[in-house]
Design a protein around this ligand. Structure first.
Ligand SMILES: Nc1ncnc2c1ncn2[C@@H]1O[C@H](COP(=O)(O)OP(=O)(O)OP(=O)(O)O)[C@@H](O)[C@H]1O
Ligand SMILES: [Mg+2]
Length: 221
């Protein structure tokens, strides 16, 4: 079954006098449990596409059906619920909250999801923490952490709700080889164990090739 059926005519960014049109006639269908990599040069629209897939941006022309619902017909609270519970984000500039510890930051999505709280298992949390080796920074504040440590914390927060779809925007760009490997392995493990759908934007072709499909975004000629 297609959990994502997206057809974008175009996404326009208006500038003062000109406008930029991207993602022209872009179509994407994704089955549950598929692993998709998105590659393409800087500025082509990869992050913009993830924002649309992740329901952060509705300002484009086209049709988008997610989990069988036409997103146009969904109310803001239904969209918010989908964003919180079914779609996990690891976006390029997702910031951590400086006044909270790393552990509190990672668990933050749980507080927005009262109804689903009981599903939370400490064991799952610990699996994540161990898999990406951030146990030692859990009690620290973001300002006391390195860039790579923060990137891994952002990743953990993105998957804490055990989402059905994980959208990652260059999840390994600030990490060394070993930590990149930990992140990618955890993504693939979730895919195997929970049939999680994985959509990864990456500049790393080796990482891209390990997905089921690689989508090359190109500029309109
Ligand atoms: N909020 C915005 N307002 C105006 N233009 C924007 C905005 N966000 C992105 N753009 C422009 O849209 C184009 C696509 O941007 P996007 O961030 O989606 O590219 P990308 O493929 O993710 O690039 P990168 O690999 O550098 O992250 C770029 O030319 C960018 O300058
Ligand atoms: Mg980007």
């Amino acid at each position: 079954m297609n959990i994502i059926d997206l057809s974008i005519r175009e996404k326009i960014y208006k500038k003062k006098k000109t406008q930029l049109s991207i993602l022209n006639n872009f179509k994407l269908k994704v089955n549950a449990g598929e692993k998709i990599a998105i590659v393409g040069e800087s500025g082509v629209g990869k992050s913009s596409l993830l924002n649309i897939i992740g329901l952060l941006d509705k300002d484009y022309s086209g049709e988008y059906t997610l989990f069988g619902s036409l997103t146009d017909n969904l109310h803001e609270n239904e969209l918010a619920q989908l964003r919180n519970q079914k779609v996990g984000f690891v976006l390029q500039e997702s910031a951590l909250i400086d006044s909270l510890t790393i552990e509190e930051n990672i668990k933050l999505p749980l507080y927005y999801a009262q109804a689903k709280k009981d599903f939370f298992k400490q064991e799952y949390f610990e699996n994540i923490i161990n898999a990406i080796e951030i146990k030692s920074i859990l009690k620290k504040k973001p300002l006391e952490c390195s860039g790579g440590e923060k990137a891994r914390a952002v990743f953990a927060r993105g998957i804490i709700m055990k989402p059905q779809v994980i959208l990652s925007d260059e999840p390994t760009s600030s990490l060394d080889v070993e930590n990149s490997e930990r992140i990618i392995n955890l993504l693939f493990k979730m895919n195997k164990e929970f049939n999680t759908t994985i959509i990864t934007v990456t500049h790393d072709l080796e990482v891209a090739k390990r997905h089921d499909k690689v989508i090359h975004l190109e500029r309109r000629k």
